[in-house]
Design a protein around this ligand. Sequence first.
Ligand SMILES: Nc1ncnc2c1ncn2[C@@H]1O[C@H](COP(=O)(O)OP(=O)(O)OP(=O)(O)O)[C@@H](O)[C@H]1O
Ligand SMILES: [Mg+2]
Length: 250
Amino acid sequence: MLSIKNLHASIGDKEILKGINLEVKAGEIHAIMGPNGAGKSTLSAIIAGNENYEVTQGEIFLDNEDISELAPEERAHKGVFLSFQYPVEIPGVSVTNFMRTAINETRKANGQEEMPANEMLKVIREKSELLEIDRKFLSRSLNEGFSGGEKKRNEIFQMAMLEPKLAILDETDSGLDIDALRIVANGVNKLKSDKNAIVVITHYQRLLDYIVPDFVHVLYNGKIVKSGGKELAHELEEKGYDWIKQEQEA
Ligand SMILES: Nc1ncnc2c1ncn2[C@@H]1O[C@H](COP(=O)(O)OP(=O)(O)OP(=O)(O)O)[C@@H](O)[C@H]1O
Ligand SMILES: [Mg+2]
């Protein structure tokens, strides 16, 4: 599904990603952990096509197609979804309208007809129930005045609506209360299928008790320096990043 080969990226003259290799297959959940400033959000932004970064070397493939040169919307239409660490507010656009537009844009780009209004309402109802989202919430302006946790939950709601092939969740757990964490994680688990893949970026092992990853990677100073199974997350929680640092310096 996702294949990243020797990805190097910079902003200005600062190199942030220094040769990332990552293979994510359909049906898999990968977790990316790593200290602050390691390049996790940069990596996810670049996969989604953020143009503030310059890719200086390497390629990104989605289902064997090189998407490195595609615009963010084109990648979204091909099924790449990024949930942001800091979601933006869009005053004047309701959650429902935003979703309707996003879904129909994608359908249009893929040569499909718009989703009929009654079907749209049905899907919105279904998915908002899945994520235990209050109906009143759906008519509010996107993210405007949403609490931190509401923004995160709404992002997963968007993901549920769009059913992306590849979902990247950047610190979706930060700021969620314990119930919201469970609801969001359950939502993600229910959306998991053998046709999609999920990459979760997190600082805490806790999330991975709910969303159990097949692989855990440590991103450190712009590179993936360690990969393993879910036990790696426990090891990190226990030992911190010092041992990784020592290994890197040795
Ligand atoms: N627009 C920018 N201008 C300058 N430096 C940037 C910019 N964007 C990212 N960086 C730098 O790139 C590095 C990686 O940042 P990134 O946000 O990817 O880290 P992260 O691993 O997501 O960290 P965190 O765990 O704190 O979210 C940091 O040192 C950051 O300051
Ligand atoms: Mg980040």
